[in-house]
Design a protein around this ligand. Structure first.
Ligand SMILES: [Zn+2]
Length: 177
């Protein structure tokens, strides 16, 4: 769906949405950006070179339990493949924890105050970055769409002259594979 940033989820849930599907957490992880309650953090930032704390204090993910932010900074600077995996593990766990926290707030009947508190401290991506991502997504979708449209035009069946057997997906025994 392309709705996958923490702030999108928190606002979406407030509007009644409870299903999301998006590559954002894994894609930005591979680009060296991790999610924290304070917002997105770019791991290649110079200030993180000597940071011996985990990516996010209190995170129970494998990456935060075993490695420092400085190590992740080094992996991304050196373009070591392990960095992409460790950042991805953290971002996926972050999203799962966010889901758990939203669910708990709803059950406790405190989603309104919880979400206001979350959004007050979470720093969303710059609007220019978000707009750039939307433009790329749209261009990518339009390219896929034109390919699909072209394929659909070529596959319009002629009902009077169909050459494909009706049971094409079935074996001789009549069952699906
Ligand atoms: Zn983590």
């Amino acid at each position: 769906m392309g709705v996958g940033s923490p702030e999108d989820l928190v606002n979406g849930v407030a509007g009644g949405v409870d299903l999301f599907d998006c590559v954002l957490p894994t894609r930005i992880a591979r680009n060296g950006t991790i999610l924290t309650d304070a917002g997105r953090v770019t791991l290649t930032r110079g200030g993180l070179k000597d940071s011996d704390t985990p990516l996010e204090d209190g995170c129970d993910c494998y990456t935060c339990q075993h490695f420092s932010t400085a190590y992740l900074h080094h992996l991304f600077k050196a373009e070591e493949l392990l960095g992409y995996r460790l950042a991805t593990i953290h971002n996926l766990r972050y999203m799962a924890r966010l889901g758990t926290r939203m669910r708990a707030a709803i059950i406790a009947g405190q989603y309104g105050s919880w979400s206001r508190e979350f959004l007050a401290t979470y720093r969303p991506a710059d609007e220019s970055v978000a707009q750039e991502q939307r433009t790329k997504r749209l261009a990518s979708w339009q390219s896929v769409r034109s390919t699909l449209d072209a394929a659909a035009v070529n596959r319009v069946p002629d009902p009077m002259h169909t050459e494909e057997p009706l049971n094409k997906d079935k074996d001789d025994d009549g069952r699906d594979d």
